[in-house]
Design a protein around this ligand. Structure first.
Ligand code: PLP
Length: 1017
């Protein structure tokens, strides 16, 4: 919106000359953009930086003086404000005069340069950054509130006091639809806002916090702040609030949810310089009118200067924003901003609540049974509810209906209640989807009270009212037939509404707007699922304080991020229904509360993922859900191998748990069936199983087997490997013993380099890399032998996870096993991370290397989250272990675990998950590799099946790792609704290992969002 064109009367040499002649500075000049002034950046040899501003003398010098005085005033008021400082010439002038080549006189000013990046060029605009923008504008306005200067009382097209000038210029907007938009906002402004403006505070303000005048610190995203505002050239004495209106308007550009973005700015401003109630009321109309001034000005300027491209620089986003705002009701915006300032969002709602509370004896029923006393079932439909089955069951309306009515029948009740202010997962279809600033947000929070009753049950008017509006909202999952009554309280200026949704179609017969409905009249009936939008029969009953000029419809579920505003608009329906039971769910613990209790009662060495930790309350297939029902695409939890809460696995566990859970000392079919099934997936020699409860237990047992069988202790392990959390496993896990708190390599442990063909000594292009890395194993064997000892075992992950998603080069294990076996050692494959088909081409990772280990350990995915793990070995090794000492494991191999393990194997086979891993993994890696062409930060994309790593580097030649960038991406992906993690020796590898039900569409989405995040700065 700011024009960025300037005629070139002064060049950089002129600027350097003027800097020297007037200010005694030896400086290099660079041109800066400016609307009226010729602006130059100066850097002296000593590194000092300035801005030289040269304005035509046609610009009144008193306006320049106004700017200088304001900057001086602000510097004195709050030295911590990082604003430009006025510098004087060698003879003490704040404004000097020079003559241009064309003999025109010009004024010159020198200001200190404030480093920073224009807000417009910073991505993303986080809530914290937006808040700091508001705060900066507020601090400046606060500083200027007592500042006076005669030149500020001027006529300026950007002064919102004078915005109506655009009325005469609307004809310059070429497209009639666009002109209509501006006319709409202008008329609304004239009719509703203009009369209220005279009460607003007035002061001299900066008046131009546009997104190129706002400077942002050049720090990491999390700590990024607005540090300064420059260009005081549009200063004027006007409504104080205008400055905020302008800043918030620019902050709304290019946002999915502009009002929420603006609300952050408003909150920051209010904290720094509190707003009055009338200012808050005028704010949104002023924002809209500022946009209208901008687009009208652009249209006019284009007419008179059609070749000036700068004039339209931000015109398109401004139009898009205006179109977005056409859908936002001004009072909703007003309530949103009031909420941002911690005021009751809807100002009239308090009086309504009080009236309903104090007149409860005058209120009648909404259905025939008296809900205050009747026996009823209060349903828990919240995100983590265990009452209504899994997500698929809840989305099946017939099943859902059966479930609801069976529960009511079992409780001998004809009425069920669905609660108010409850975040639910049942609203997962696209009609509940809306744009947020971090991707889509679903409307999940219920604003009404549901009364589940048989279809046909009458609905009564609880109070006298008139029909405000009615409509059949007949789209699937909508309200179906809906009636809204309006109630007016005699003798008081109080009017409110009640909404009745999901009615029968004949409920609308004979209705007309204004029809009187007396209290107690059965004016409608509950509809069946065939007409009510496809829901179990129920009445959706809602109180509405402000209809926001809608008819026949009103949101019954809203976005969690706007919850408080809407709850204020629609207070608790139980004010009318008056059930003694809780009408809304009790709040669970907040993330902050959980963190506090964790800090006290949970060991601090347990880490929490993400800078903004997540409270996850439900899982379903490849998705995890937070308490507000936000879905996160899970790209990292390989433990939930066949999908979170896979119903087949859940059922197997539940059923067996209800029958028997004991231990391996009794004979049980499932133990042996499972052992047979598991062994059938492995090479024939691996035929003896030991069931345990964790990957650590499995590796611990594998060590005992190896030691007993060989009679030796020396271990060869691979650098950066991780094998578990026990004392011994930490001793053989370089990931731990070389990391923080580690005590280094024990004498019996021999660490060989990780066969990393990206970062290691031998690269991917070296066809013999596998053999060459295996030679380190040979050297380790020789070292052990040189110490008159023998190797017990070589332990290696089949694909390395903590090491950074490393795929072993061809022949690595073949050669390494050869050296180890020749020396009498055994070979252990740690499949704890990667087994069960994740590699795509094979069930087991070691198979991709063409080897057969002597011992295999497995865990994580084996029980789909149930603690189930195993060691499988050869009969010889198992026989050696049978040395008289019993191996007993209380839980390992119990019937419940075996039932679950069997179900997991069934699902992998029946749902062809290994083939899926192969196909989707390839698709994903293709997409990620395409990103490599766009972002030099991606040094490597590697993986097998759905075990994928993205290594981030600052330099593709030196491979300088980029851990902060990896952490940034993981945290931003989480904000955008995708979960992944970082790992590798330098913490610069993004790990992707999703549940195996991950789809190509999921992969495409991941790649698209990653693309957006990598384009941030
Ligand atoms: C390769 C590998 N082995 C063993 C383990 C230990 O398994 P658990 O955490 O189940 O004890 C892990 C866990 O991350 C692992 O990644």
């Amino acid at each position: 919106m700011n024009t960025r064109h300037q005629p070139t009367i002064f060049n950089t040499q002129d600027a350097s000359r003027i800097a020297f002649e007037l200010y005694g500075l030896h400086a290099k000049a660079r041109t800066l953009p400016g609307e009226r002034d010729h602006n130059f950046h100066l850097r002296t040899e000593a590194g000092q930086e300035f801005v030289l501003k040269i304005a035509p003398a046609a610009e009144r010098s008193n306006i320049l003086d106004l700017q200088n005085k304001a900057l001086e005033h602000l510097a004195a008021y709050d030295p911590s404000l990082l604003l430009p400082q006025v510098c004087t010439t060698s003879v003490g002038e704040a404004i000097a005069t020079v003559t241009a080549a064309d003999d025109t006189p010009h004024y010159v000013r020198l200001l200190t340069y404030v480093p920073g990046r224009p807000f417009a060029e910073v991505k993303p605009h986080t809530p914290e950054l937006l808040y700091s923008l508001g705060s900066m504008v507020g601090r400046i306005d606060c500083g200027l509130q007592n500042f006076t200067h005669p030149a500020a009382y001027r006529t300026l097209k950007w002064d919102l006091q004078r915005a109506l000038w655009i009325r005469d210029y609307l004809q310059h907007i070429a497209q009639p639809e666009r002109r209509a938009i501006v006319e709409h906002f202008l008329s609304q402004f004239e009719a509703q806002t203009l009369p209220k403006l005279p009460v607003l505070r007035m002061s001299i303000i900066h008046n131009d916090a546009n997104d190129y005048n706002v400077l942002v610190s050049d720090t990491a995203t999390e700590s990024r702040q607005v540090i300064s505002i420059i260009d005081f050239g549009d200063m004027v004495h006007t409504y104080t609030i205008s400055g905020l209106a302008i800043a918030a308007t620019y902050a709304m550009l290019n946002k999915g949810d502009p009002l929420t973005a603006a609300a952050h700015v408003v909150a920051g401003y209010h904290e720094a310089f509190p707003l009055s109630v009338s200012e808050l009321e005028a704010l949104y109309p002023l924002m809209c009118i500022r946009l209208c001034v901008s687009v009208t000005n652009s249209a006019y300027q284009q007419k008179i200067d059609p070749h000036n491209g700068y004039l339209v620089i931000s015109e398109q986003p401004a139009w898009t924003l205006l179109e977005q705002l056409m859908d936002a009701h001004p009072r909703l915006a007003h309530y949103t901003f009031r909420h941002a300032c911690q005021l009751a969002p809807c100002p009239g709602a308090n009086a309504l609540v009080q009236w309903l509370e104090s007149n409860s004896d005058k209120i009648g029923r909404v259905v025939e049974p008296d809900l205050r006393v009747v026996n009823k079932v209060i349903f828990d439909l919240s995100v983590d509810s265990s009452e209504l089955g899994n997500l698929a069951e809840v989305s099946d309306v017939e099943l859902f209906t059966r479930h609801i009515f069976e529960r009511m029948k079992a409780a001998n009740s004809s009425v069920g209640i669905g609660r108010y202010n409850e975040a639910r997962l049942i609203y997962s279809s696209d009609i509940f989807k809306s744009a947020g600033n971090d991707g889509p947000e679903w409307r999940t929070v219920h604003l009404g009270l549901d009364v589940f009753m048989e279809a046909g049950s009458p609905v009564l008017a609880p109070l006298d009212g008139i029909v405000h509006s009615f409509r059949n909202n007949s789209s699937p999952l909508d309200y179906g037939p809906t009636i809204i009554l309006q109630h007016s309280v005699t003798g008081r200026q109080l009017s409110f509404f009640t909404l009745y949704g999901h009615l029968s179609v004949d409920s609308l017969d004979g209705l007309y707007e204004g029809k009187l409905i007396a209290q107690g009249t059965p004016f409608a009936r509950i509809g069946s699922h065939t007409v009510n939008g496809g829901w179990p029969p129920h009445l959706h009953f809602q109180i509405i304080a402000d209809m926001l000029d809608r008819t026949g419809d009103f949101p019954g579920v809203v976005r969690p991020s706007q919850r408080e505003t809407w709850l204020s608009l629609s207070p608790d329906p139980n004010l009318i229904v008056r059930m003694p039971e809780d009408s809304s769910p009790r709040n669970g613990l907040s993330t902050e509360q959980i963190r506090q209790v964790r800090a006290q009662h949970i060991g601090k060495s347990l880490s929490i993922a993400y800078q903004k930790p997540l409270k996850i309350v439900r899982g379903w297939m490849q998705y995890l859900y937070d308490e507000n029902g936000r879905a996160y695409l899970d790209a990292v939890n390989n433990v939930s191998h066949v999908g979170h809460c896979h119903p087949r696995v859940v059922k197997a566990g539940q059923e067996q748990m209800a029958v028997l859970n004991t231990n391996t000392r009794y004979l049980h079919d499932k133990l042996v069936l499972y052992a047979e099934r598991l062994c059938a997936t492995l090479p024939a020699s691996l035929s003896v199983c030991f069931f345990v409860c964790s990957g650590s237990e499995a590796n611990e047992l594998a060590l005992r087997l190896a030691r007993t069988y060989t009679g030796q202790k020396d271990m060869i392990i691979v650098d950066a490997g991780y094998h578990g959390n026990t004392t011994t496993l930490v001793e053989i896990s370089p990931y731990k013993f070389d990391g923080p708190g580690g005590t280094g390599t024990p004498a019996y442990v021999h660490k060989v380099p990780m066969p990393d063909v990206y970062r290691g000594q031998y690269k991917r292009t070296d066809l013999d890399a596998g053999e060459k890395y295996a030679r380190y194993v040979e050297e380790a064997v020789q070292l052990i032998q040189g110490r008159q000892s023998k190797v017990a075992a070589f332990l290696c992950e089949s694909l390395m996870g903590c090491g950074g998603q490393i795929v072993l080069p061809e022949n690595y294990l073949k050669e390494a096993y050869h050296y180890v076996r020749n020396a009498g050692g055994v070979c252990i494959a740690d499949e704890v991370q990667v087994g069960f088909g994740r590699a795509g081409t094979h069930i087991w990772g070691f198979e991709t290397q063409g080897v057969v280990p002597d011992i295999v350990t497995m865990g994580k995915p084996m029980g789909n989250g149930h603690p189930l793990a195993a060691v499988v070995t050869t009969p010889e090794i198992a026989a050696a272990f049978n040395n008289g000492m019993e191996y007993f494991n209380t839980f390992g191999g119990n019937p419940v675990s075996c039932a679950i393990g069997l179900a997991v194997l069934d699902v992998i086979a029946e749902e062809h998950l290994q083939a899926n891993a192969f196909q989707v993994g390839k698709h994903l890696m293709d997409g990620l590799r395409e990103l490599m062409d766009k972002y030099a930060l991606i040094g490597d994309v590697r993986g097998l099946g759905l075990f994928v790593g993205i290594e981030l580097v600052l330099d593709r030649k030196t491979l300088m790792p980029a851990p902060p960038q990896a952490s940034y991406v993981a945290n931003r992906m989480r904000e955008r609704g995708i979960l992944l993690s970082t790992d590798g020796p330098f913490h610069n590898v993004l790990k992707i290992k999703p549940p195996m039900v991950f789809t190509e569409a999921n992969a495409d989405y991941l790649v698209a969002i990653l693309d957006e995040i990598l384009s941030e700065d």
